[in-house]
Design a protein around this ligand. Structure first.
Ligand code: KG4
Ligand code: ZN
Length: 360
């Protein structure tokens, strides 16, 4: 067992370590925990190498058509220990090999965050190792550093998930500036809410992606006119609702008989909106290293269009592996790796924060 207990709640102690102690602390096995929404995930990283990445997705929300916060936190509570044990087992190490625990502190659903964060804090305390706070959206972006080649700085990242849609200039691992964001719904929400209107189970994004491959974008859906680099998706959702309502009056089977074309049209429009702003941002900032992150970055229509744009504009493009797009603990672990190098550990008084900002 390493003698890292002095690091637990005393950040300054890190600077006082001897060279030997410091290098011992640096060669790190980090346990990472993610529980901000409806996926319970744990990973073990050895420095930047992912030794295990276990994700338990909560299927229980399907019957409600969306995530129910109370149900989500209970489900995390039931499975978190199993997921963590499995991650440690698959990594081929034991608890006593761990040198730090990184955990999502926010943003996300408070009840869900509380389960993961309290668990992580208690385990770190019991093992006498430091706890590292992780910002969930920063982790989606730094997932690009799990694989080589990683982007050079600065790069521009389109971060698109179920809760966020942002354009971020990434100047350093911890220097990030949001230059555009959604004014209402996130891109993932647009997929999920439109999917619900078509009676697709939650989360509808992956199914719309699959069905769109069999259809054509024959329906002309609304395109929001928003100035600058901000996004808006609520108008698209409302116009899709009215479009379906009118079409269903004429033909009660309209949705079932046109499902793949509807999915293709919807996906095409969402991708249009995202790509349009991304192109503008690349032009305005002059940055040609372009990355995508977050659950919607798994969308095949978005990935294809990006490849096309990259060759048109001569962009150096970074698209994460599918498993690192949707919520996972490996991305939490890579943030933990960089923060551990800096000796940037959690405040013992820290609590999870559903609205955590970049600089908290
Ligand atoms: O990043 P993520 O796993 O969780 C959040 O932090 O929100 O993103 C989940 C979102 C959901 O809205 C889901 O429908 C969407 O990502 N999503 C997709 C695809 N895979 C996941 N949307 C479109 N196409 C996909 N293939
Ligand atoms: Zn996420």
């Amino acid at each position: 067992m390493q003698n890292t207990s002095s690091l637990v709640y005393d950040q300054n102690a890190f600077g006082k370590l001897s060279e030997r102690e410091r290098s011992f602390t640096m060669a790190s096995y980090i346990l990472a925990i993610e529980s901000s929404c409806d996926d319970t995930s744990a990973a073990v990283l050895k420095d930047r190498d992912v030794l295990s990445n276990v994700v338990a997705s909560q299927m229980v929300h399907q019957k409600y058509g969306g995530v129910v916060p109370e149900v989500a936190s209970r489900a995390h509570d039931e499975i978190i220990w199993t997921v963590v044990e499995e991650a440690i087992k698959r990594a081929g190490i034991s608890q006593s090999d761990l040198q730090a625990i990184a955990c999502t502190r926010g943003p996300g659903l408070l009840g869900s965050l509380l389960v993961g964060y309290t668990f992580a804090k208690a385990l770190a305390y019991a093992l006498h190792i430091p706890l590292i706070d992780v910002h969930h959206m920063q982790a989606h972006i730094l997932a690009h550093f799990l694989d080589d080649p990683a982007p050079d700085f600065p790069f521009l990242c389109l971060t698109v998930s179920g809760g966020h849609t942002q354009l971020v200039v990434v100047r350093d691992h911890f220097s990030m500036e949001v230059i555009g964001k959604t004014l209402d719904d996130a891109a993932g929400e647009a997929f999920d809410k439109a999917g619900k209107l078509m009676n697709l189970p939650y989360p509808a994004g992956p199914q719309i992606d699959r069905l769109a491959k069999e259809g054509k974008p024959v329906f002309e859906l609304a395109r929001p006119q928003i100035d600058g680099l901000d996004f808006s998706f609520s108008g698209l959702k409302t116009s899709f609702l009215y479009f379906l309502r009118d079409a269903l009056k004429e033909d009660p089977n309209f949705v079932t008989s046109n499902l793949s074309d509807l999915c293709a049209s919807l996906q095409e429009r969402i991708v249009d909106i995202l790509i349009d702003k991304l192109e503008r941002a690349a032009k305005e900032t002059g940055i040609s290293q372009i990355a995508i992150a977050g659950g919607v970055a798994a969308n095949s229509g978005l990935r294809q269009r990006l490849l096309l744009k990259a060759s048109q504009h001569d962009w150096r493009l970074f698209i994460p592996k599918l498993e690192y797009c949707t919520d996972n603990a490996a991305m939490i672990g890579i943030v933990g790796y960089y923060k551990n190098l800096k000796g940037d550990f959690a405040d013992p008084e820290a609590r999870p924060d559903a609205r955590l900002t970049w600089n908290d």
